[in-house]
Design a protein around this ligand. Sequence first.
Ligand SMILES: NC(=O)c1ccc[n+]([C@@H]2O[C@H](COP(=O)([O-])OP(=O)(O)OC[C@H]3O[C@@H](n4cnc5c(N)ncnc54)[C@H](OP(=O)(O)O)[C@@H]3O)[C@@H](O)[C@H]2O)c1
Length: 287
Amino acid sequence: MSIVVTGATGLLGNLVIQHLLKKVPANQIVASVRNVEKASDLEKLGVEVRHGDYMDFESMKKSFDGASKLLFISSPDMDDTLRVRQHANVVQAARDAGAKHIAYTGYAFGEESKIPLALVHMATEYAIRTTGIPFTFLRNALYTEVFVNPGLGGAVERGELVTNAGTGVLNAVTRNDLALAAATALTEDGHVNNTYNLVNSEPWSFDKLAQVLTEVSGKKVVHRPVSYDEMKDYLINVGLPKPVVEMSAGIYQAVSEGETSRTSEDLQKLIGTPTSLEDLVKQALQA
Ligand SMILES: NC(=O)c1ccc[n+]([C@@H]2O[C@H](COP(=O)([O-])OP(=O)(O)OC[C@H]3O[C@@H](n4cnc5c(N)ncnc54)[C@H](OP(=O)(O)O)[C@@H]3O)[C@@H](O)[C@H]2O)c1
């Protein structure tokens, strides 16, 4: 039995490996990485490290040799069309290497999403289906860390949290909880040909986040809702680069329009109760 994990030098992939190490012996885990030197810590833990680049079919195929399970972590490339090519390479390599099971980290409720990235994830799920290989679709929520991070210290100092998310709610989940869900699905029976929408069953609003910030910091913080254009001006004024400004305001806008409001019990069934917003805010403000 060997479980091959792609993107293992990334934040999510590394956490998946840490969780896998608690469930199976290290010699059953293989890290497929594009930069082998970056994976020396994994090697020290007894994980086999193989070179695999999403752009290079042969390297991917070799890295999947003998995979009884494969966790394919989606590419971080910003070019969605290129990303579809990379993903097709990975899927074809898994098929040709004879992988017995593919788990793929997609995007929650991708078929009804309005964000362009969802198309990449749905295309990849369909590509996996063309192989006939048993699959598990791990459709991840947005990462909570995108919203709850040490940057919130600034909101506490200013006494306000400014977003254009309005009263929209967010079903975000931490990378660590998503990694545990992936490691669980890879090591337990009963997940073949299932699709899981790994979202928080208790979505929270930015009003709620401001309330938790107030409770945790002891300093009054309010959520100040602004328009999309006001948000962009605000972020430019605090010195963020233009692409980050566009992306951030775009994500908040999607939240305001309900993109991240749907709930599901799928995550809870795999890992139990996800980490609470209170705990995450405490960690973020201590960092
Ligand atoms: N749900 C969300 O909110 C959210 C947010 C951002 C991203 N994502 C998606 O979730 C994935 C995992 O997230 P993450 O936080 O772990 O991202 P990350 O830390 O950026 O890790 C991405 C991983 O992909 C690897 N990679 C990049 N290009 C590659 C290539 N051509 N061939 C092989 N490997 C390649 C990287 O290798 P190097 O270490 O060599 O760079 C790294 O190991 C991302 O890649 C992205 O598709 C989701």
